[in-house]
Design a protein around this ligand. Structure first.
Ligand code: GLU
Length: 447
């Protein structure tokens, strides 16, 4: 059986780290199994869907490096299919009209709570006669439609959670069609998963209870249910659910913060597994040996500080070949491998590569703490072309001549040559700064 998976976001907001994790895991699962990945937009909620969210989903997935062959599927273009499925369910007596208003349902739930009963829908709609329905409609009420659950035990083998049972008897018959005729996700998703031949539904744990209903729906519609895998939800570093802070983890914000795509991908693919966080060179690296059983059932801890640190490590390990186009885009087209290799280990985000350009190429205002010491240092600078060994040689001479060591020796030299107190290794910077510019800076000249 060839694998077909889908990522099915609702374009009612921007994609965040939680969605991206589900998208990536589906994509990796498809890659690892030579399968297909389908993007499906669950956009039936016309009131909340916005074109900018639809556009952003494409941009965000592209940024993450997720690609796919098939045209994206839009549920809003498939309403006739859902209607047809609804008609079949009605004909079987599995979809029945109900007329309660939201306020009436609320009042029922309050009475149930007072009587210490679970807030289950009492199936009043199912018991209505044709006359009663006609009377309710004559009052101006429009029906919504509920799916008649079988009230049985559904057992399935979850790809992440293992053997799982769901008692549909403990659930209210779900509304599948709203009063205004809108088809809800629960039905539309099953119709599409069946029509698109989805073999594996990989999604968040918040959908486990839907799975009971959806398995009954697949059966009622004469389709075989796919395999399901439910990934545990994300929690923050403090153990609290991430849902409230998730907006700050929108992909567009992470991108603006300078988080490296490959770091985010590696981070998201490893969250909730015992695997170490490591920089990767390509997204495909994550697909090798990718398996869902590595994911645990416990909530996965998302620590933004760990992500930032992995992002920095990803930059530190990046080859010049990979960095080159991005340096050009920053206006550093003249940067060479020596420049990149000198500065990369100091970058928290790639854009910061810009800050070191004037340090090497000027103009830079040197900071001279002790002019006499700077002059002494200048007189001892090796005569020949500066290379990787020059800094060691030079500072040894200065140490001998001045008696200084440690911070008192190195700090004023760094301040004079770079204008700042920290940065990349001076042994790497000195040959790039060059003899002439170093002498000018030691003499206190802007250079
Ligand atoms: N649109 C649903 C969501 O974003 C999809 C859930 C599913 O994968 O079935 O939660």
């Amino acid at each position: 059986m060839s694998v077909v998976v889908r990522f099915a976001p609702s374009p009612t907001g921007y994609l965040h780290a939680g969605n991206a994790r589900i998208a990536l895991i589906n994509w990796l699962y498809a890659k690892a199994h030579g399968g297909r990945f389908i993007l499906r937009l669950d956009d039936t909620d016309a009131a909340r869907v916005k074109p900018e969210y639809v556009a952003a989903i494409g941009e965000d997935l592209a940024w993450l490096g997720i690609d796919w062959r098939d045209e994206p599927v839009r549920q809003s273009a498939r309403l006739a299919l859902y209607q047809e499925a609804a008609n079949r369910l009605k004909a079987q007596g599995r979809l029945y009209p109900c007329y309660e208003t939201a306020a009436e349902l609320d009042a029922k739930r309050k009475l149930q709570a007072a009587a210490h009963k679970p807030p289950l829908y009492d199936r009043t709609g199912l018991k209505l006669t044709a006359d009663e329905r006609a009377r309710l409609e004559a009052e101006g009420r429009r029906p919504h439609f509920r799916f008649l659950l079988d009230h049985r035990t559904i057992s399935y083998d979850d790809l992440v959670r293992g053997p799982t049972t769901i008692e549909t008897a403990s659930q209210s018959d779900p509304v599948l069609i709203k009063e205004d005729g809108t088809v809800l996700y629960t039905l539309a998703s099953v119709v599409d998963d069946a029509a698109l031949g989805i073999t594996h539904v990989i999604r968040g744990e918040d959908h486990v209870t839907n799975t009971g209903t959806q398995i009954e729906l697949f059966e009622a519609l004469g389709a075989s249910a796919p395999r399901f895998g439910h990934l545990s939800l994300l929690i923050g570093a403090d153990g609290a659910p991430l849902s409230k802070r998730i907006e700050s983890l929108a992909l567009k914000n992470l991108r603006a913060d300078g988080i490296e795509t490959l770091a985010l991908a590696s981070f998201l693919a490893k969250l909730g597994t015992g695997d170490p966080l490591e920089p990767i060179n390509a997204l495909g690296d994550l697909a090798k040996g990718f398996a869902l059983d590595r994911f645990g059932k416990a909530p996965a801890r998302f620590d933004p500080a760990e992500l930032s640190s992995l992002s920095a490590r990803t930059i530190h390990a990046m080859s010049f070949e990979r960095a080159r186009p991005r340096l050009s885009a920053l206006g550093l087209g003249a940067a060479d491998a020596a420049y990149w290799n000198a500065v990369r280990g100091n970058l928290a985000r790639l854009d910061d590569a810009k800050t070191w350009w004037p340090v090497i190429n000027g103009p830079l205002v040197p900071v001279i703490e002790d002019a006499a010491f700077a002059m002494l240092a200048a007189s001892l600078l090796p005569d020949d072309r500066l290379d990787g060994t020059s800094w060691g040689l030079w500072t040894k001479r200065i140490a001998e001549a001045s008696g200084r060591k440690g911070k008192a020796l190195f700090h004023p030299l760094r301040l004079a040559l770079t204008g700042r107190g920290d940065g990349p290794a001076m042994a790497d910077l000195l040959p790039l700064i060059g003899r002439e510019r170093a002498l000018a800076r030691l003499a206190g000249h802007t250079s």
